[in-house]
Design a protein. Structure first.
Length: 230
């Protein structure tokens, strides 16, 4: 049994994972779904990390999944705790010292033209779920957007990048380039939209759990070790 730690994206909440949680639990895994303090203007990366670490408690055999903007926070956990696997889902992949506010220009992101917010994020999501999603969106007023990403290098933890084939917000070709440029990896792909945990929760659970045999629990690197560390 693994412990899946699900880190939501920008403006999101723990609710974003509510369809995925029972899929993972039904496969015999424990799930931790922290809610980042994005409504606190004084909260930055340190507070985000402490929130997730506190939610994990003494659980181990961790698979940390960072969705979209959550990919800025997920590696911070892998730098603090022994993590079995890090999964970046339709992610904003950071580099050392990068401010989140600068990520868009640094990666050459171009917003899709002529699409509504619903079309960008929720294509393929059942209509009733889209309506409910609007009730759980939160204003992100926290301070980390102007903070340099604090890690000097990527954590020395097995890392997967998983993109969604129907993502209209971060189109697949864009994320393939970002993953290659920043991590030197070819992403895996799954059906679904940007919010794939809402559009294809069962398929996403299948893909996440399929990674477990690739990285055994006893292969966890020491907490705090980074890529390139001796």
């Amino acid at each position: 049994m693994a412990t899946f730690v699900l880190v939501h994206g920008g403006g999101g909440s723990a609710w974003d994972w509510h369809l995925l949680v029972p899929e993972l639990a039904g496969r015999g895994h424990e799930v931790v779904v922290p809610e980042l303090p994005i409504g606190d203007p004084s909260a930055g990366f340190a507070e985000f990390c402490e929130t997730v670490v506190g939610a994990i408690g003494d659980r181990r055999d961790l698979v940390v999944v960072g969705h979209s903007y959550g990919a800025f926070t997920a590696p911070l956990i892998a730098d603090r705790l022994p993590v079995r696997l890090l999964v970046l889902l339709t992610p904003m992949v950071p580099v050392p010292g990068e401010r989140p506010a600068d990520w868009w220009a640094n990666t050459g992101y171009q917003e899709p033209a002529g699409l509504s917010e619903e079309q960008q994020f929720y294509n393929g999501v059942p209509a009733e779920v889209v309506v409910e999603a609007g009730r759980h969106t939160r204003d992100q007023v926290s301070a980390e957007g102007s903070e340099p990403w604090p890690l000097p290098a990527w954590p020395d933890v097995p890392t997967k990048v998983l993109i969604a084939r129907e993502d209209r917000f971060f189109e697949p070709d864009f994320l393939r380039r970002v993953a290659a440029d920043r991590l030197g990896v070819v992403p895996d792909e799954v059906d679904g939209c940007h919010c794939v945990a809402l559009s294809h929760p069962r398929q996403l659970a299948d893909r996440l759990t399929s990674y477990l045999p690739e990285v055994a629990p006893d292969a966890q690197p020491a907490a705090g070790r980074r890529a390139g560390s001796p």
